[in-house]
Design a protein around this ligand. Structure first.
Ligand SMILES: Cc1cc2nc3c(=O)[nH]c(=O)nc-3n(C[C@H](O)[C@H](O)[C@H](O)COP(=O)(O)O)c2cc1C
Length: 196
């Protein structure tokens, strides 16, 4: 079996230095910084150029939108995400606009858009933390989401804060590098490779 050996130094620093923090600084993001994140998302590839991604966001803790976004999060995520200056709900349009057929690439394409957003954020010293821990039905209800759209994730974003501001059990893992599968576990040239 052919093994793949990447040159570690070739991994782009924006990718190498990215991680999902929980200790976010309260420091606000400027309107332009936030706009740049969505601009990056906007330029992602998508099946049939459908651009199925949608984002409901808030940078204003006193706003009704922020209150509703925050309410959707499970308590575990609320505990740390409360300091992040940007909260958002991500959604996809589940069917293609042109023929109303199911778009099986919608969530894939949302992921591409969030990937763009994450790298753009990293270039500005901003960190992105994706969250699956939220109540989908509550999000649908609180934002009156039409049946054409499906909430997918929530995101907290901002600059790094003080580790002491997050619950002590989360502090231990804050700076621990997450493990990854080996490159030869995820990519192969074999035609009879046992996927595990
Ligand atoms: C779709 C998705 C859902 C996630 N949900 C949560 C979550 O609800 N709460 C949380 O603290 N982290 C969540 N994470 C963060 C992952 O645990 C994290 O990305 C993973 O452990 C790898 O760590 P890293 O991003 O720091 O490299 C989620 C990540 C993704 C992509």
């Amino acid at each position: 079996m052919k093994t793949i050996n990447p040159d570690k130094n070739q991994l782009h620093e924006l990718l190498a230095n990215r991680w999902s923090p929980r200790a976010f600084s309260y420091e606000m993001l400027s309107e332009t910084e936030v706009a740049n994140l969505f601009e990056a998302a906007r330029w992602a590839a998508s099946a049939n150029n459908e651009q199925p991604w949608r984002f409901i966001y808030s940078t204003d803790r006193n706003s009704e939108t922020y209150r509703r976004l925050f309410e959707c999060l499970v308590p575990f995520n609320q505990d740390w995400a409360k300091t992040a200056p940007l909260l958002m709900l991500t959604l996809v349009r589940t069917n293609f606009t042109k023929n109303n057929k199911f778009n099986r690439y919608a969530q894939h394409d949302l992921g591409l858009a969030i990937g763009n957003m994450t790298v753009q954020a990293a270039s500005a010293g901003i960190y992105v933390h994706n969250m699956g821990g939220f109540e989908i039905e509550k999000a649908k209800e609180l934002f009156g989401i039409s049946p054409d759209f499906e909430p997918v994730t929530m995101i907290a974003a901002g600059r790094l804060g003080d580790i002491n501001q997050i619950p002590s059990d989360l502090q231990e893992t804050e700076f621990t590098m997450q493990k990854r599968k080996g490159i030869n576990e995820i990519a192969t040239t074999d035609f009879n490779f046992d996927l595990i």
